[in-house]
Design a protein around this ligand. Structure first.
Ligand SMILES: Nc1ncnc2c1ncn2[C@@H]1O[C@H](COP(=O)(O)OP(=O)(O)OP(=O)(O)O)[C@@H](O)[C@H]1O
Length: 505
């Protein structure tokens, strides 16, 4: 669908305070239309927009010519009294009928959005989806896609899918923030597949950028599952592809990459993305966190975007039970962890996050001889080793996966029962992404954050996230002052149970 003319109106609001007297005069001249009055708060700022959507341009022009004079002034000088013909009356009736129906639809949409905690901003936002079948009735979605959703067990769209899919399908840029594990991948892959329609050999047609290689690989897999039955060329930008592909001959409907690999391919291997703009001229941005700086940056490239926020912006998933545990010192962390495993109070699969790869290796070394099926994943491992660790964790062969932030974003491990922040996260966003590896797709989960004296100055920032998602936080933590948070990665003692002297002997 083409972009509507709505961008002309975006950002325009009527300053009621400044023009109070004019506004009052309009108020006095109350319209008789009851429906309009009932929904005034909802529609006040959208009158011109509604008219655009309901009234054809020609009729709109004619209607303006017969508009009522305002307080003795005739707004259109040329609009002398027009003949009231039968055709005009009929047009008026059609218009007001169309307008009423649109008001009703907008009311229904507003109630539906409220029910699903969907918040939107931007002009002319399309109605959210009631169900997946509406993809067919409203947008002509092909049966294969609906069949694949059913096979994957997706019965109802999630809130982000309900709103973001119609936004992208109506040709609008989408700027979306929805909790971890709430189905954002489908929300951008589904409209992409629908817009591409079928496979083509016209170069690269659509690009998905993911922050890590693991997430790119996962997204490619999800795309293929959704596209099953259609021969789309879906390609993951692997190191091998970057090195060896002849990009001038690359057939690729959807290319999935990390930003660095894509940049390398464009600069050094002459990958040409001009065909993306021809076939898929829509930019979307999806994340569980949207820091203000990112939003500002996005505004420089997105000009008529619809902003879709599910729940509260930058908040953790409400299905995760979050706890803060004071462990005194670094040594206390290891003791607390071992004790929890011994008491079986931790229910695998468990993900344990540390602040860097050195510490991840240290913890793995410590736990390797305990009777816990543990493995580690960090950036020093080969791609193959990293993939094996993830596959083994997914398959249940590994119960405890020790990790750095390399897998904190977007990775979808089904059924992770608990996330342990062994090292305090270095930002509120990192916290939200890390703990979001559990409590996904409606399941419940648990997150335990260990902290020492060194972390206390940043406790309040995490506590705010916890409180916002309905978790209990001790009053003394809430009374701490909130710190401006630069990356918090303090120098920590080595992870070691044996006294240092023993090691040196
Ligand atoms: N409509 C649906 N019904 C049921 N499950 C769904 C639906 N859509 C997606 N899922 C499942 O929900 C899980 C989470 O989806 P996804 O990984 O897209 O979440 P996300 O919002 O991108 O999370 P993150 O912010 O962590 O990246 C996946 O296992 C996916 O299969």
């Amino acid at each position: 669908m083409e972009k509507g003319p709505s961008f002309l109106f975006s950002g325009i609001t009527f300053n009621k305070k400044r023009f109070a007297s004019d506004f009052a005069r309009f108020k006095e001249k109350k319209e008789s239309d009851d429906l309009l009055n009932d929904t005034s708060s909802l529609v006040e700022s959208q009158n011109s927009e509604i008219e655009e959507r309901t009234v054809p341009a020609k009729k709109r022009k004619r209607k303006s010519m017969v508009s009522e004079p305002v307080e003795g002034f005739n707004v259109f000088k040329s609009s002398k009294s027009e003949d009231v013909t039968e055709e005009n009356v009929q047009t008026e009736n059609d218009v007001s009928q169309g307008k009423k129906e649109l008001y009703r639809q907008m009311e229904r949409d507003a109630l539906f959005r409220k029910k699903h905690n969907i918040h939107t901003s931007g002009s002319n936002v399309p109605s959210p989806l009631q169900n997946f079948t509406e993809l067919k009735s409203r947008y002509g979605c092909k049966q294969y896609l609906l069949r694949n959703f059913a096979e994957l067990g997706y019965k109802e769209p999630t809130p982000i899918q309900r709103q973001a899919i119609p936004v992208i399908l109506s040709g609008r840029e989408c700027f979306a923030c929805a909790p971890t594990g709430s189905g954002k991948t489908l929300a951008f892959v589904c409209p992409m597949l629908m817009k591409l329609k079928h496979a083509s050999k016209d170069g690269v047609r659509a690009v998905i950028l993911c922050p890590t290689r693991e997430l790119a690989a996962q997204t490619a897999r999800e795309c293929k599952k959704m596209a099953k039955g259609k021969k789309f060329y879906i390609k993951l930008m692997t190191s091998q592809l970057v090195r060896s592909a002849d990009f001038s001959k690359l057939h690729c409907d959807i290319l999935i990459s990390t930003p660095l690999r894509l940049q390398f391919a464009i600069r050094k291997r002459k990958l040409d993305l001009s065909s993306v703009l021809q076939s898929f001229d829509i930019t979307s941005l999806f994340s569980a966190t949207l820091p203000d700086a990112v939003e500002e940056l996005a505004r420089t490239i997105m000009h008529d975007a619809v902003r879709v926020i599910i729940g509260r912006k930058n908040s953790a998933s409400e299905s995760i039970k979050q706890k803060l545990v004071f462990v005194g010192s670094e040594e206390g962390k290891l003791l607390a962890l071992r004790q929890s495993f011994a008491e079986q109070s931790l229910n695998p699969p468990v993900l344990v996050f540390l602040q860097n790869k050195e510490r991840a290796k240290e913890l793995y070394k410590e736990l390797a001889f305990d009777d816990i099926r543990a493995d580690v994943i960090h950036a020093d491992m080969s791609q193959m080793q990293r993939e094996n660790a993830i596959d083994n964790f997914r398959a249940g062969k590994i119960w405890v996966l020790i990790a750095t932030d390399v897998i904190a974003r977007g990775m979808d491990f089904k059924g992770v029962n608990c996330v342990i922040n062994y090292d305090f996260p270095d930002s509120a966003s990192a916290y939200i992404h890390r703990i979001g590896r559990s409590g996904r797709a409606g399941r419940s989960g648990e997150a335990i954050t260990l902290y020492t004296e060194a972390d206390v100055p940043f406790l309040r920032n995490i506590a705010n996230v916890m409180a916002a998602s309905g978790c209990e936080v001790p009053a003394w933590i809430m009374s701490l002052t909130k710190r401006k948070w630069k990356k918090h990665r303090p120098q920590r003692d080595t992870i070691l149970t044996k006294p240092k002297d023993d090691e040196e002997q």
